[in-house]
Design a protein around this ligand. Structure first.
Ligand code: DGP
Length: 113
């Protein structure tokens, strides 16, 4: 499968890893929009975007969110941050392997778009 994030998981594309366990990987975004901009992904490419989340596969999404406080702390932004998911073309999604952007390290704007 020609997926950039699968290649990062496989080590075929280098990344600045922030957190890794047997199920998920967090790494620094190549094009950060804030001092902290970390991408968090499931290692398995089973969900492409939020529209593919079902009752049967949602547990990995809950698992990612259960690790976000720890990842935010590793990034030094535990006092505040934003978690973003871009879904589909109109949502400006560019990599179709579900992922969450952890953005922080500065005072974020109230404006979301
Ligand atoms: P999205 O637009 O929500 O699909 O976000 C994809 C993000 O992935 C985007 O912010 C840039 C990041 N990205 C794309 N390719 C690479 C890469 O090869 N390495 C890293 N570290 N980040 C990447």
């Amino acid at each position: 499968m020609d997926c950039i994030f699968c290649k990062i998981v496989a080590g075929e594309i280098p990344s600045a890893k922030v957190y890794e366990d047997d199920r998920i990987l967090a790494f620094k975004d190549i094009n950060p929009c804030a001092p902290v901009h970390t991408i968090i992904i499931p290692k398995e490419h089973s969900i492409t975007c939020c529209n593919d989340i079902t009752e049967d596969n949602a547990e990995i999404v809950a698992y990612i969110f259960s690790k976000i406080p720890h990842i935010a702390k590793l990034c030094g932004t535990e006092e505040g941050y934003r978690v973003v998911n871009n879904c589909g073309a109109l949502g400006a999604q560019s990599v179709f392997h579900i992922h969450f952007h952890l953005i922080g390290g500065t005072q974020l704007s109230e404006k979301l778009n």
